[in-house]
Ligand binder design. Structure first.
Ligand SMILES: [Zn+2]
Ligand SMILES: [Zn+2]
Length: 711
């Protein structure tokens, strides 16, 4: 029994996550952990939300709320998405937890004690506009390594290189767009240079199973030589530096988040009253630690984190494998939560079976090179592989047996050569799936699992039970028995990849147990003759491409809002300043509807507002959102949500979608249908969605004929 620690990269709690993130971290980690649990290895899967760092504060500044509001909101969303996706952590934690903070400070002080952390004065970018230092994401510029124009002050997300802000070409303050000046400030540094030799030795040893691109990246870093790095920041959000004089500074988010793998293990054992239990996983040289991260995190997991481990306690286990993936791109550009690109998980999970997403995620998994998310490909792979090959095979076998053999598994009295060949194929494919899983080649592993279903279909077609049932009922029963045995094996073999449909299939085959508590070897067992089947709906549904594409709305956050107050804007004859409640939050919106509605018709009224539009100033007054309305040549009529819909109800898009630039927003159009409903048109113009709240379509006041957005 092997001891396997599954370490999953910590997503920032700074915004909704996109599918690319799940595909590079949660999903592969989950498949790997589920497989090893079925093998009865000792598995612990840990991770959580990264609550700190400038991604969170940048967002908080944009929304005008404290950082903890942002972090807690998105931690809750990540938790929900993870559960919806069927990802089973042993502990999904977060870095704002007091235990994490205390342990991080303990590690920090231990490193300082040993001389691995020291104080030094450095030059940092300083914004003269608001008199503050600009940590990490508050500076943007051109990457000196790859020329990416929007590289951040700490790292280029395009090439993954770590940066000093002044290495950027043409650095700019992210908020003011001005050039920051260099200014001296005192910080703690991690003596990374001291670990060059031990890390180089480690990098040269027993890495045959590592992915080529990860090794190349790590080794080229080591060849260039390791530099000491500042590990505190001028920031008030994060873990306090446990040293007097550092009250206005915090520990760098990356320095503490990687410690989360260790602290989360400690936490898991602490909750079980075994305060030293974590050593089982971290002090055992035989334990294998697998890290599931995206390629922009390679340096943290192959250089910085191993160096921290070496410096803190020489007995700690270093990573056994860092299975970094490349990027899953959307329309050729990297899916990035920071830049508002991507196919949001929350949106996808509301519209598709999680197994459809997991299937596509694994089938296009960017294990060794970047891949693309394509709607056509998503629909096609679901329809022609998952549904047509796997779903169809098991459904055919079950419905045929159900109809012709008294709703139960028929006996197999005599196996001919073809039957035996089919049964041998189960073991052969099972072997191939397992071998690929051992090496974390998930895409190939799933391909072999689908291959078993494909062989099942071929066997079924070749035996043609629909003919056989008329000539030789006993032989036909044998065919069905074998086909159901293959289905049973598929339920187990697919369980790590597609947990929900495996459960459904297992139940349909007549089992009352949980497929996820079966052993991996259990896939080779036979299905008992006479077991009653519970045939229901097919395992998967077809994805209609035109429906799938509607999701380009996922960049919007369109909600029901209630008008709390209306004021005229002096010297602007058509403008009102509205205070609206968008569900637990007040917003100020400036809207040009004074000629169309008197004040008393607006107070208390419910309207629909696009809430994630970039703020604009109208006559010097800030407006943070836009109304939906209909218009004709003479008048404007507001879009009317159902009376019962509370403020904050989602009309379209994703709650918390990132700020949308005005130029991007202009690509979206509204239209009023002949029946008075309001239609939303995607930028491509192909997808049309009827706007509705909980199934009730929205209508336009005063029977207007054209849709519009009103500032
Ligand atoms: Zn770069
Ligand atoms: Zn500035």
């Amino acid at each position: 029994m092997a001891k396997i620690l599954v370490c999953v990269a910590w997503p920032y709690a700074s915004g909704p996550r996109h599918l690319g993130h799940a595909v590079s971290t949660f999903i592969p980690a989950d498949i790997f952990a589920r497989y090893h649990r079925m093998k009865r290895d000792e598995v612990l899967m840990v991770g959580g939300s990264d609550m700190h760092g400038t991604p969170v504060t940048v967002r908080a500044d944009e929304e005008g709320v404290p950082p903890n509001v942002i972090a807690e909101r998105y931690h809750a969303l990540h938790l929900k998405n993870i559960e919806q996706l069927g990802v089973r952590y042993d502990l999904y934690w977060n870095t704002a937890d007091p235990h994490h903070k205390a342990w991080v400070q303990e590690i920090f002080l231990a490193l300082k004690e040993k001389g691995h952390v020291y104080e030094a004065v450095m030059v940092s970018p300083f914004c003269t506009t608001d008199q503050r230092f600009l940590p990490d994401r508050y500076v943007e510029g051109t990457c000196p390594h790859c020329g990416f124009p929007r590289a951040r002050g700490d790292q280029c997300e395009n090439c993954g290189n770590l940066l000093d802000p002044f290495e950027l070409k043409d650095p700019k303050c992210k908020i003011h767009g001005t050039t920051p000046i260099p200014k001296e400030t005192k910080h703690f540094f991690f003596r990374l240079s001291a670990f060059e030799t031990p890390l180089t030795k480690w990098a040269a040893k027993d890495k045959e199973h590592w992915r080529h691109h990860v090794l190349t990246f790590m080794r080229s870093w080591l060849r260039e030589g390791l530099k000491d790095r500042p590990i505190t920041r001028d920031l008030d959000w994060g873990i306090e530096v446990p040293v007097p004089g550092y009250e206005t500074k915090r520990i760098y988010v990356w320095f503490e988040a990687v410690m989360g793998y260790l602290t989360a293990t400690r936490e898991w054992y602490r909750r079980r009253n075994q305060p030293d239990g974590w050593k089982d996983f971290w002090h055992d040289p035989e334990a294998r630690h697998y890290y599931f991260v995206g390629k922009d995190n390679i340096v943290f997991h192959t250089i910085i984190w191993p160096a921290i481990l070496l410096g803190y306690d020489a007995k700690l286990d270093l990573p056994y494998d860092v299975t970094a993936t490349q990027y899953l791109n959307f329309s050729g550009e990297k899916m990035s939560a920071g830049r508002g690109k991507g196919v949001w998980l929350s949106d996808l999970l509301e519209r598709f079976d999680p197994d459809q997403l997991r299937y596509y995620g694994v089938a296009t998994m960017p294990e060794t090179k970047d891949t693309d998310f394509e709607w056509e490909d998503f629909a096609q792979r679901n329809n022609s592989e998952l549904l047509a090959v796997y779903g169809n095979f098991v459904h055919r076998a079950m419905t045929f047996a159900d109809k012709n053999f008294d709703h139960a598994v028929p006996p197999a009295d005599f196996l001919d050569a073809a039957d035996k060949k089919m049964i041998r194929a189960i073991e052969q494919e099972w072997n191939k799936v397992g071998q690929n899983l051992e090496y974390v080649h998930l895409k190939d592993a799933m391909k072999e699992a689908i291959q078993l279903a494909r062989l099942g279909n071929q066997y079924f077609d070749q035996k043609a039970p629909w003919e056989l049932v008329k000539k030789d009922r006993v032989a036909c029963g044998t065919v069905l028995h074998v086909a159901l045995r293959v289905s049973r094996s598929l339920a187990i073999i697919m369980a790590p990849f597609l947990p929900f449909s495996s459960s459904r299939l297992w139940q349909a085959l007549g089992y009352d147990t949980d497929v996820h508590s079966q052993t991996w070897e259990g896939a080779l067992e036979d299905v008992p003759a006479g077991q009653a089947l519970r045939v229901g709906k097919p395992l998967f549904t077809k994805i209609d491409l035109s429906e799938a594409k509607e999701t380009s709305a996922d960049r919007l956050d369109l909600r029901v809002a209630q008008i709390a107050d209306v004021q005229e804007l002096p010297n602007a004859d058509n403008l009102y300043v509205l205070q609206v409640d968008i569900g637990g939050e007040r917003r100020q919106i400036v809207a040009g509807i004074r000629k169309n509605y008197p004040k008393d018709q607006l107070r208390g009224r419910k309207i629909v507002v696009l809430v994630n539009l970039e703020p604009a100033k109208l006559r010097g007054i800030e407006s943070r959102g836009m109304l939906l309305a209909g218009e004709d040549k003479a008048d404007v009529g507001l879009v009317r949500p159902p009376d019962a819909a509370p403020a904050g109800s989602q009309v379209l898009g994703v709650r918390g979608a990132p700020i949308l630039a005005f130029s991007e927003f202009q690509k979206y159009k509204l239209q009023v249908g002949p029946d008075g409903t309001v239609l939303f048109l995607s930028p491509e113009g192909e997808a049309r969605t009827t706007l509705a709240v909980d199934g009730t379509p929205l209508k336009v006041d005063k029977g207007m004929k054209e849709g519009t957005w009103v500032h």
